[in-house]
Design a protein around this ligand. Structure first.
Ligand code: SF4
Length: 413
């Protein structure tokens, strides 16, 4: 059995700027919520943020809040509160933890940012491109706050994204404008949307460059860094502030590459992570793998906020394309093609699939994909069983034993 060493991943200096960015973001929302101005829209993580930005809303993303419930290990105890309301323990534990927290009147924002409650929505806007759970989640809050809920219903499990897909989604996006104008009391301006789309595309490009630095050997970045550094890519896309903070981060990572500095000491193995992180075990998993001189350096998850198709000259159709060609929306054939390309690009020698009990949408190992991909690429894989937020769904001992055995297998190959 491989021995566990105390190897920590190298700290990223720009992470402090990102923490400040997130603190400012939540304080701005809190002030707006208390004052009632500017208006606040809740949005799903891959929802039509650019439209909301262009219409002057501050945007709150409940999934990010729920990830914080997971990372602070508050989630597991809160999930039963939502179960008691009829939301099954088998459905999205972002939803159940978040609703549970609201029912109990608690939030991680209190401890982290000294903010005592989540911001009140003036409108809630979802896109079912990722799953149906977001719609149920937002409708529950819509009733609680007596606020309108509007959404886009996206095709799922699609192969090639066709003009017909794009046209239909673009129409649904245009259809949001009228109800949103009723909330803001102001007219929609196309120039503002073009500007938000341009900034969002620029944010996406720099975020992609950041993640792509992990293709260097040794990799200057880990997946575990990515899960926290991605905050601005999710909540701040379409803003200049995000661009600024990410340019600085990119420069630091490029400097590491120039100096041949890896994020993990003596990198021996390079792993791709498919599926969601286990938020309550980020540090434990990071230490476990770094202790085996193994860098989990890239993931499907962090790449989900790359929207290369955005084009300010064709805002609605390009948004429809960008939000429909995402990995999570696609069929298995497209997903396999994508992962195969990523394994080659990042020069990976092993894959870890996370079978997240409550999120089938971000779990890709239940229908033979690991076996098919291993056969084509010759790259071995390990599936770990767990969950994004519900820590009752995993065994730490089992995960540790399986990961160590997997790395031993890579050592021998
Ligand atoms: S994609 Fe998964 S984790 Fe995200 S909201 Fe949907 S069910 Fe929850």
């Amino acid at each position: 059995m491989a021995e566990e060493k105390q190897v920590v991943r190298k700290k990223i200096a720009a992470a402090a700027d990102i923490s400040k960015f997130m603190a400012d973001y939540y304080h701005e929302l809190d002030a707006a919520s208390k004052k009632g101005d500017p208006k606040i829209a809740w949005c799903t993580s891959v929802g039509p943020a650019e439209i909301l930005r262009a219409m002057g809303f501050l945007i709150y993303f409940p999934e990010t809040h729920s990830a914080m419930l997971g990372a602070t290990r508050m989630a597991t105890d809160l999930i039963p509160e939502a179960n008691a309301l009829g939301y099954s323990p088998d459905i999205c534990s972002y939803l159940t933890a978040d609703i549970g927290a609201f029912v109990k009147g608690v939030t991680p924002l209190a401890k982290i940012f000294n903010i005592d409650s989540i911001p009140k929505p003036d409108v809630l806007v979802y896109n079912t491109n990722q799953c149906r759970d977001v719609q149920d989640w937002f409708k529950w809050y819509g009733k609680k706050f007596n606020a309108p809920v509007v959404g886009i219903h996206t095709h799922r499990n699609i192969g090639d994204v066709t003009a017909a897909h794009i046209d239909s989604i673009a129409k649904l996006m245009e259809g949001l404008i009228e109800p949103l104008e009723k909330v803001t009391g102001k007219k929609f301006e196309m120039d503002k949307l073009k500007e938000a789309v341009r900034l969002s595309r620029d944010c996406s490009n720099v975020w992609k460059k950041i993640l792509d630095t992990a293709s260097a050997t040794p990799a200057p970045l880990t997946f575990f860094d990515g899960t926290t550094l991605m905050g601005p890519a999710v909540v701040g896309r379409g803003t200049q502030k995000t661009l600024d903070v990410y340019e600085k981060l990119l420069a630091e990572l490029e400097e590491r590459i120039k100096n041949g500095e890896g994020a993990v000491e003596d990198e021996r193995h390079r792993i791709y992570w498919d599926g969601m992180p286990v938020w309550g075990r980020l540090s434990a998993h990071s230490k476990l793998l770094a202790g085996l001189n193994t860098n989990v350096l890239a993931s499907t998850y962090c790449n989900s906020w790359i929207f290369s198709a955005l084009d300010p000259e064709d805002p609605f159709r390009s948004m429809a394309k960008a939000y429909t060609e995402l990995f999570i929306v696609r069929d298995d054939e497209s997903k396999e093609k994508y992962i195969k390309e990523m394994l080659e690009f990042f020069k990976v020698d092993g894959v870890i699939y996370h079978d997240a009990k409550t999120c089938p949408n971000n779990t890709n190992c239940r229908y033979g994909m690991p076996q098919r991909l291993s056969k084509i690429t010759g790259i071995p894989s390990l599936t770990i069983h767990g969950d994004l937020n519900d820590l009752r769904m995993l065994s730490d001992e089992q995960t540790k034993t399986n990961v160590e055995a997997f790395i031993e297998q890579l050592d021998e190959s």
